[in-house]
Design a protein around this ligand. Structure first.
Ligand code: ADP
Ligand code: MG
Length: 277
């Protein structure tokens, strides 16, 4: 059993890739659950109108439930919309509801439209620190587009985690994503950086997957985690049980690989800190 240290201060990740179906949501909820399993205090913010992260975490996200929409559009404090996951005591979710589908358009006419989530999250993190109940990790699950919702995720976070599916088109579109991150750094959030790349749905039996993995590692030697998430039925079926794979199949390859990925994310912070000093 690996041990996982708590970060020195709250680490905020946005999970982004403008491609759909690459494992953003699956990675968000399972990395979050992996940290929660170690007793760390973790929040998932569901910023995708599809609400898949809310579903996977088993929290209520029917249309009348207060949600991230109310935070973005009506200045609700995060405390008013947060829900505890039924799975782990220290795992929480800010759900997304169907209303979020309209937010992409409604945000256009809002004041400080790119900073709405950032402002709410900054205040929320500060209040938790002041109450001596700090958040360890916050993960923002983004929709598959580079619109205002995703931009709100980039502006609210300090780190970007990109899940990459090991298939033929994996690197296509990545330069557009990197360019967006660059523009955000330059104009909206100077501390944002791509810290982590995770290879997902990996099938080691195919030459193509191995070749793509090699290419991605060659391009991003410092960002790609050693841990790789294999394609596994237990991972894809877990949401239909309202569970993450961490509880659904705790000793299976899916859970083990997400636990390894989380442990590595925690270790790399420690290493990074040493290099900075
Ligand atoms: P995204 O959020 O990027 O659209 P998802 O996380 O929803 O992607 O994943 C897309 C689909 O692939 C889902 O049906 C999910 O259950 C499935 N999936 C994700 N990761 C794996 C995996 N490692 N093995 C098998 N299926 C997976
Ligand atoms: Mg998703």
């Amino acid at each position: 059993e690996v041990s996982v240290r708590r970060p020195d201060s709250t680490r905020i990740f946005t999970i982004s890739n403008q491609k759909g179906g690459v494992g953003k949501t699956t990675t968000t909820v399972n990395i979050a659950a992996a940290f929660a399993k170690h007793g760390l205090k973790v929040l998932v913010i569901d910023l995708d109108p599809q609400g898949n992260a809310s579903t996977a975490l088993g929290v209520d996200h029917t249309s009348e439930v207060p949600s991230v929409y109310d935070v973005l559009i009506d200045d609700f404090p995060m405390e008013d919309v947060i829900q505890k996951s039924p799975e782990f005591d220290s795992l929480y979710c800010v759900p997304s509801t169907i209303h979020l589908a309209g937010a992409e358009i409604e945000l256009v006419s809002q004041v400080a439209r790119e900073h709405r989530l950032r402002t709410a999250l900054d205040d929320f993190v500060k209040r938790a620190d002041a109450n001596s109940s700090p958040w360890d990790y916050i993960f923002i699950d983004c929709p598959p587009s580079l619109g205002l919702l995703t931009i709100n995720g980039f502006v609210a976070a300090t780190e970007v985690l990109i899940p990459i599916q090991c298939e033929y088109y994996a690197l296509e579109g990545l330069s557009q994503l990197l360019n967006s991150i660059h523009l955000i750094q330059k104009h909206l959030n100077p501390v944002l950086h791509l810290s982590t790349i995770l290879l997902t749905m990996f099938d080691s039996r195919t030459n193509l997957a191995n070749q793509v993995a090699e290419d991605v590692r060659a391009h991003f030697p410092d960002e790609v985690l050693d841990a790789v998430i294999p394609r596994a039925v237990r991972i894809s079926e877990a949401p239909s049980f309202g569970q993450t794979v961490i509880s659904h199949d705790p000793s299976g390859i899916g859970a083990v690989s997400y636990l390894e990925a989380a442990a590595e994310i925690a270790r790399r912070e420690a290493t990074q800190k040493k290099e900075d000093n």
